[in-house]
Design a protein around this ligand. Structure first.
Ligand code: SF4
Length: 459
C-alpha cells in the first residue's frame, strides 16, 4: 500500500482539515506514515497567518525536493501537494516557483483530492483553488473508530468556515472565503460518530465560529447557541468548547447556552486586538471597547466562573502611546486568564499593509514586552487562585513521567496528575497542589461517572 505523510501548520482548522484529508485518502489507497522520506504522497497543509508564511513554505519545499530526488533515484514516484491557506493565496505561483510541487489544493477543495491525485499520477500539474459550489463536507469520509481513538478523547469539529468581517490586517476573508456554516444534522452526526468511538470533549471550530448560522431540520438557520443545545444531548459527550469567536457575534442565544448548559465549559477565547476605539476603527473590528466589555459582563452575569482569553496586536499603523495605554487598561479591566499577543506585521494584499504610518519595530518590541508583562501578571493571578481548589479535569493522555496523566481543567489549563491510564477519557476531581509556568499540578481525589448534564449547573 502507498504511504501518505501530511504535515500540518497553524491553527486547529488546519489540524481538522489534515485529519479529514487523511481519512479520505486512507479509505482505500494510502496508509499514514510519520516519516516524509517513506511517503509516496506528501501534503503540506499550510497556514498564511504567520509572517513570511509563503517563504517558509518554499523553504520547506526545498527540503522535500531533496527527498523526492532520492526517491526518484530509487525508482519510486513521489507526489507533492500544497494545501491550505498559502495554496489558496499563491495558487499558480507555487507551481511556477517550485517545480517539485504536483498539486496545489485550496482549503475548500480538498474533498476533490482523489480525483486531483489521479490527474497528478498521469503527470499533470494540478491547481484547484476555485471556491466550489458543492458542499466539501458532504464528499468527505468519516474517520474510522481506530483513527478517532488514535487522535485522543478531545476532538475538533469544523462547524463554520470563512469570514465576512474584513479586519484590515487579516488575510482570512481572502483565503477562506465568505462565512458558511454546516447544517445542524451533519454536525450532530459527526459528533455522534466521534462520541461512539470514545471522544469525550468536542471543540467546535470556525474562523468566526459564533457567526454560525447553519440550517436546522426545519430548513431555517439557527445560531451557535441552538447548535450547542442539540450537541449537549449527544450521549457520551461530556464537554463542549468553541473557538474562535468575534465580539460582535456574541448574542443572547450564546449567553443563554453558557447559562443553561453545564457541559459548555466556562471559558471563552474572545479576541479584542486593541483596547483603543481609534485602533478598533482602523482595524475595522466593527465593535467598540465598551461593546466588548459589555459582552464580557453579560457572559459573567450568566455564568460567574467564566474565564476569558484574547488576542492582541501591538504597533498597528498609527497606534499612539495613548492607544496602547487603552490596551493595557482593558487587560486590567477584564483580568484575562491568558492571551496571545503579537507585533503587527503587514500581510500583503491587506489594507493595513499599505498604510504610511507604520510603527517602528523598536517601539513595537517595547510595547509588546509591556503588554506581555501585564498579561502574565493576570494569568499568574488566575492560576494562583486555583491553588488548593478541587477542579474537574478531563484526563486526556499519558504525561512525561511514568504513571502521570495530563488533562484539562474547565478553563482549559493543562493539569498534571498521577493517575492510572484506565482513567483516560474520564473526568476526575483533582486537588491543585502546585502551579507551574505552563500547567497546574494536582492530586487525584475521585472520578465521577457522568452523564452529559443539561441545565442550570453553571451558576
Ligand atoms: S474577524 Fe478574524 S478572521 Fe475575520 S477578518 Fe477579522 S481577524 Fe480575520
Amino acid at each position: 500500500m502507498r504511504k501518505l505523510h501530511v504535515k500540518s501548520f497553524g491553527c486547529q482548522m488546519n489540524v481538522y482539515d489534515s485529519n479529514r484529508m487523511t481519512d479520505l485518502l486512507t479509505r482505500d489507497s494510502y496508509m499514514e506514515t510519520a516519516a516524509p522520506e517513506d511517503a509516496d504522497l506528501i501534503i503540506l497543509n499550510t497556514c498564511h497567518i504567520r509572517e513570511k508564511a509563503a517563504e517558509k513554505v518554499y523553504s520547506e519545499l526545498g527540503r522535500i525536493r531533496k527527498l523526492k530526488r532520492e526517491a526518484t533515484r530509487a525508482g519510486r514516484k513521489v507526489i507533492v501537494a500544497v494545501a491550505g491557506c498559502v495554496a489558496q493565496a499563491e495558487g499558480q505561483e507555487i507551481v511556477r516557483r517550485a517545480p517539485v510541487v504536483d498539486m496545489v489544493v485550496g482549503p475548500q477543495n480538498y474533498h476533490r483530492l482523489p480525483a486531483l491525485l489521479a490527474q497528478a499520477e498521469r503527470g499533470a500539474r494540478v491547481v484547484d483553488t476555485e471556491f466550489p459550489i458543492e458542499d466539501k463536507f458532504a464528499h468527505l469520509t468519516p474517520p474510522t473508530a481506530a483513527a478517532i481513538r488514535a487522535r485522543g478523547v478531545s476532538a475538533f469539529v469544523t462547524v463554520q468556515e470563512g469570514c465576512d468581517k474584513f479586519c484590515t490586517f487579516c488575510v482570512v476573508p481572502y483565503t477562506r472565503g465568505a462565512e458558511a456554516s454546516r447544517p445542524v444534522a451533519a454536525i450532530v452526526a459527526e459528533v455522534e460518530n466521534l462520541a461512539n468511538a470514545g471522544v469525550r470533549e468536542i471543540t467546535l471550530i470556525g474562523q468566526n465560529v459564533n457567526a454560525y448560522h447553519g440550517e436546522a431540520a426545519n430548513g431555517r438557520p439557527v445560531t451557535l447557541g441552538h447548535l450547542m443545545n442539540s450537541l449537549a444531548e449527544v450521549p457520551g459527550v461530556l464537554r463542549l468548547r468553541y473557538t474562535t469567536s468575534h465580539p460582535r457575534d456574541v448574542d443572547d442565544g450564546l449567553i443563554a447556552a453558557h447559562r443553561d448548559l453545564a457541559i459548555l465549559m466556562p471559558q471563552l477565547h474572545l479576541p479584542v486586538q486593541s483596547g483603543s476605539d481609534r485602533m478598533l476603527v482602523a482595524m475595522n473590528r466593527r465593535h467598540t471597547r465598551a461593546e466588548y466589555l459589555n459582552a464580557i459582563a453579560r457572559l459573567r452575569a450568566a455564568r460567574h466562573d467564566m474565564a476569558f482569553t484574547s488576542d492582541f496586536i501591538v504597533g498597528f499603523p498609527g497606534e499612539t502611546e495613548e492607544d496602547f495605554s487603552d490596551t493595557l487598561r482593558i487587560v486590567d479591566e477584564v483580568g484575562f486568564a491568558g492571551a496571545f499577543s503579537f507585533k503587527y506585521s503587514p500581510r500583503p494584499g491587506t489594507p493595513a499593509a499599505d498604510r504610511q504610518d507604520q510603527i517602528a519595530d523598536e517601539v513595537k518590541t517595547e510595547r509588546l514586552a509591556r503588554l506581555q508583562e501585564c498579561i502574565e501578571r493576570h494569568q499568574s493571578a488566575f492560576n494562583r487562585n486555583c491553588m488548593g481548589r478541587n477542579l474537574d479535569v478531563l484526563l486526556e493522555k499519558p504525561g512525561k513521567i511514568p504513571g502521570q496523566l495530563v488533562g484539562r481543567s474547565p478553563h482549559l489549563q493543562p493539569v498534571q496528575v498521577m493517575a492510572p491510564s484506565s482513567l483516560i477519557g474520564e473526568i476526575a476531581t483533582v486537588q491543585i497542589t502546585g502551579i507551574g509556568s505552563n500547567s497546574l499540578f494536582g492530586a487525584l481525589c475521585s472520578t465521577q461517572a457522568r452523564e452529559p448534564a443539561l441545565a442550570g449547573a453553571g451558576g
